[in-house]
Design a protein around this ligand. Structure first.
Ligand code: ADP
Ligand code: MG
Length: 604
C-alpha cells in the first residue's frame, strides 16, 4: 500500500478517478463526453500498438487494420445474429487476435523498414478485401449498424463508460505484459534480436504473441466503435490516417512505457479536436499533426514521459557523486563460491565422449569460403582452444555451431545429436552457450536485468510469470558474486567498460546452465588485471563440469588453459594438438604465431 504515496502511482490513478466520475460531476456535457471518447479510443490504440512496436521495437504503421477488423466483426455478426455490436466486443478482440497470429507469422519475418512497409500493405489489402467482398461486407457502401437500445436521455454516457472500461483493461494488459518475462523478452528483442535468441528466447513465438496481444484492444474497441459511429465502411474502418495518428500518440507520450501512450492518446486526440473545430477542418488537422510529428521526432525522440522522468531522475541524482568502480575488487573477488549456481544441466557422464563435433562444415558468403570443410571435436569436460589469424573463420564457425548461420554444408552434433537445423534458442535450451567477440549486452537494461533475461526453456507458464518471480534473481546474484560483479547489479549495462561488459556477458550465459560455452575472444580489449580473473573463472567453471571452447589471440592464455588446441587458417583446420605440440609446430609458427611465439605462459 505504501506504493500509493509515490506520484507515479497516485497521479495516474487520481486522473482515472476524475475521468470515471466526469459524467456524474458534469451532467449534460455531451460534447465533452464525445471528445473524451475520442481520447479513450486513441489511448486504447496507442497502448495496444505499444506492445509490439514500443516493447519489441517492430514499428507497425498499419495497426488500425485491427480496429477495422473489430468494427466489421461487430457489424457483420450483429446483422447475422440480430444482436447489438457492443455485445460482440469480446469476439472482436478474439477475431483480431486470430487474424494477427496469421498475419504476424508472415510479416514478422521482415524487419525494420521492410516491416513498416509491409504493415501498411496489409492495411490496404484488407481495405480492398472489404471493398470487393460485397456479399459479406456490403462493399464500398458498408454496413449500417443499429442504434443502441438504451434510453435517449442517457446520450453517450453508456458509450463513455464502455470505452473507458476498454481503456482500463488495455492498461491492465499492458501492465501485465510489461511485468512478465514475456515483456522482458520483448525488450531484449528490441535491443538485439540475435542476442536474445542466443540466450534462449524464442523470438518468433514472442513476437507473434506480442503482435496478437497488441491487436486485441483494437478488435474489442472496434466492435464498439462501429456501433458508436452507426456505420462501418472500408474507408472509415481501414484509414491509414488512424494508424499514423495512433503512432504519433504513442511517440508523443513515450513508447515502451505504460502511461506514455495513454497520455499521448489524450494529447493527440485533444489536438486533433482543436484543429478540426477551431482551425478550419480536415486539412488544418493534417497540417497540425504533421508539425507535431516533426517536432516530436526532432526534439522529443523518446517522448514526453521518458524525457520528464529522466529530467526528474537527473535532478534527484545531482547530489550523488559518481561511484568509482574498483577494478581490483573484481580481480580479487572470491571464485570459490558453492558451485550450484554455476552447475551445468547435462549429466557429465553421458555416453558420447565428444560434447560438440562438427563434420565437414562449409560456410560460404558469395565467393568467400569463410569456413572451408572444417571437422573437429570438443571433448567433454575439457577446455579446448581454437586459434588462427584474423579472418580465418573462427567466428563464422561459432555462428554455425550456435545456429546464427546455417552451414552451407556439413553437420553439427551436440552431445551426439544432430543440431545442424535447430533454431538458435533451441540450441541454447540444449545447453550450448556463447559469448560474442564484440559484447552484445542489452544496453537499455541493468546488469541484473541482463542476467535474468536468459530462458532455459520456452513455456507458456514462464511467459506469464512475473519478471522477477522465480529463483532467477537469486541465482543471478550468486553468479554476479561468483564473478565479482555484484557491485554493478543496478548499473546500466551501457555504463560498464568493455572488459566489464565481457564478464557480465559471460555471467549472463551462465544463467542458461550451459554444458558447453563458446567464448569468442574473451580476453581481447579487457584490462590486463581482469585477464587473470577471467582465467580463474574459466577454470572454476570447467571444474564445475562445464566444457569450454575458447577462441583467443592471447596465445599464452590459451596454451595455459587448454588441454587441446585446434588451429584454423583460411577456413581450414591447419592442425590440432596439445599446447606443447602446437607451440612447436613449424606450420603453426609460420602461419600464425610468428617470431614472438615463445612468450612464456603467465603464471595463473
Ligand atoms: P575470424 O573470427 O577468424 O577473425 P570470421 O569468421 O569473422 O574470422 O571471418 C572469416 C571470413 O568470413 C572473413 O573473410 C570475413 O570477411 C567473412 N565473413 C564473416 N562473416 C561474414 C558475413 N556475415 N558476410 C560476409 N562475409 C563474412
Ligand atoms: Mg572473430
Amino acid at each position: 500500500m505504501h506504493k500509493l504515496r509515490e506520484p507515479r502511482v497516485f497521479v495516474p490513478l487520481l486522473l482515472l478517478l476524475v475521468l470515471a466520475l466526469f459524467p456524474i460531476l458534469l451532467p449534460d456535457s455531451t460534447y465533452e463526453e464525445s471528445v473524451l471518447i475520442a481520447c479513450f479510443l486513441l489511448a486504447i490504440m496507442a497502448s495496444g500498438w505499444n506492445l509490439i512496436s514500443g516493447l519489441a521495437g517492430y514499428v507497425s504503421l498499419g495497426h488500425s487494420v485491427y480496429l477495422g477488423i473489430g468494427m466489421y466483426t461487430g457489424a457483420i455478426l450483429s446483422k447475422a445474429w440480430g444482436i447489438e455490436p457492443m455485445y460482440l466486443m469480446p469476439l472482436g478482440g478474439v477475431f483480431a487476435a486470430l487474424v494477427a497470429i496469421g498475419v504476424g507469422a508472415i510479416v514478422l519475418r521482415s524487419r525494420s523498414h521492410a516491416f513498416v512497409i509491409i504493415t501498411i500493405a496489409v492495411l490496404w489489402s484488407v481495405q480492398l478485401l472489404a471493398q470487393v467482398a460485397k456479399p459479406i461486407t456490403g462493399g464500398a457502401d458498408g454496413i449500417v449498424v443499429p442504434p443502441p437500445a438504451w434510453a435517449k436521455e442517457l446520450g453517450n454516457i453508456p458509450y463513455y463508460y464502455m470505452f473507458f472500461a476498454v481503456l482500463l483493461l488495455t492498461i491492465l494488459l499492458a501492465w501485465f505484459v510489461m511485468n512478465s518475462r514475456l515483456g522482458a523478452g520483448l525488450v531484449a528483442i528490441r535491443n538485439d534480436e540475435g542476442k536474445a535468441a542466443s540466450i534462449g528466447i524464442n523470438t518468433t513465438l514472442y513476437k507473434i504473441t506480442a503482435y496478437a496481444l497488441s491487436a486485441i484492444p483494437f478488435g474489442v474497441a472496434g466492435a464498439l466503435y462501429g456501433q458508436y459511429l452507426s456505420f462501418v465502411n472500408p474507408i472509415g474502418a481501414f484509414g491509414i490516417l488512424t494508424s499514423v495518428i495512433l503512432v504519433l500518440a504513442a511517440l508523443v507520450g513515450g513508447r515502451g512505457t505504460l502511461w506514455g501512450p495513454v497520455i499521448g492518446g489524450f494529447i493527440i486526440a485533444l489536438a486533433n479536436e482543436f484543429a478540426t473545430v477551431s482551425a478550419g477542418g480536415v486539412s488544418a488537422r493534417v497540417l497540425i499533426m504533421g508539425i507535431v510529428l516533426i517536432l516530436v521526432v526532432m526534439f522529443l525522440p523518446a517522448g514526453l514521459l521518458p524525457t520528464i522522468s529522466a529530467a526528474i531522475k537527473r535532478r534527484r541524482e545531482k547530489g550523488d557523486t559518481v561511484k568509482f568502480i574498483d577494478q581490483t575488487a573484481i580481480a580479487n573477488s572470491r571464485t570459490e563460491v558453492d558451485t550450484s549456481a554455476i552447475s551445468t544441466r547435462m549429466s557429465t557422464t553421458s555416453k558420447v565422449e565428444n560434447i560438440l563435433e562438427v563434420r565437414d562444415v562449409v560456410k560460404t558468403f558469395g565467393g568467400v569460403r569463410a569456413v572451408d570443410g572444417v571437422s573437429l571435436t570438443v571433448e567433454r569436460g575439457t577446455i579446448t582452444g581454437l586459434i588462427g589469424p584474423n579472418g580465418s573463420g573462427k567466428t563464422t564457425l561459432f555462428n554455425c555451431m550456435t545456429g546464427t548461420f546455417t552451414p552451407t554444408s556439413g553437420t553439427v552434433l551436440l552431445d551426439g545429436e544432430n543440431i545442424t537445423k535447430d533454431r538458435v534458442w533451441t540450441r541454447a535450451h540444449e545447453g550450448l552457450g556463447r559469448t560474442f567477440q564484440i559484447t552484445r549486452l542489452f544496453k537499455s537494461m541493468t546488469v541484473l536485468d541482463n542476467l535474468v533475461a536468459p530462458l532455459e526453456k520456452t513455456s507458456a507458464k514462464q511467459m506469464v510469470a512475473g519478471r522477477y518471480s522465480g529463483e532467477e534473481v537469486d541465482r543471478a546474484r550468486e553468479i554476479l558474486d561468483f564473478m565479482g560483479l555484484s557491485q554493478f547489479e543496478k548499473q546500466n549495462a551501457a555504463a560498464l567498460s568493455f572488459g566489464q561488459q565481457k564478464l557480465v556477458e559471460l555471467a549472463q550465459v551462465l544463467m542458461l546452465r550451459p554444458s558447453i560455452i563458446l567464448l569468442d575472444e574473451p580476453a581481447s580489449g579487457i584490462n590486463p588485471t581482469l585477464i587473470e580473473k577471467l582465467a580463474n573463472v574459466i577454470r572454476r567453471l570447467n571444474e564445475a563440469g562445464t566444457t569450454v571452447l575458447i577462441v583467443e589471440h592471447n596465445i599464452p592464455l590459451v596454451l595455459s588453459l587448454c588441454s587441446k588446441v585446434h588451429v584454423l587458417a583460411a577456413g581450414q583446420v591447419l592442425t590440432s594438438g596439445t599446447p606443447e605440440e602446437i607451440r612447436n609446430d613449424p606450420l603453426v609458427i609460420e602461419a600464425y604465431l610468428g617470431p614472438d611465439h615463445l612468450l612464456e605462459a603467465p603464471s595463473v
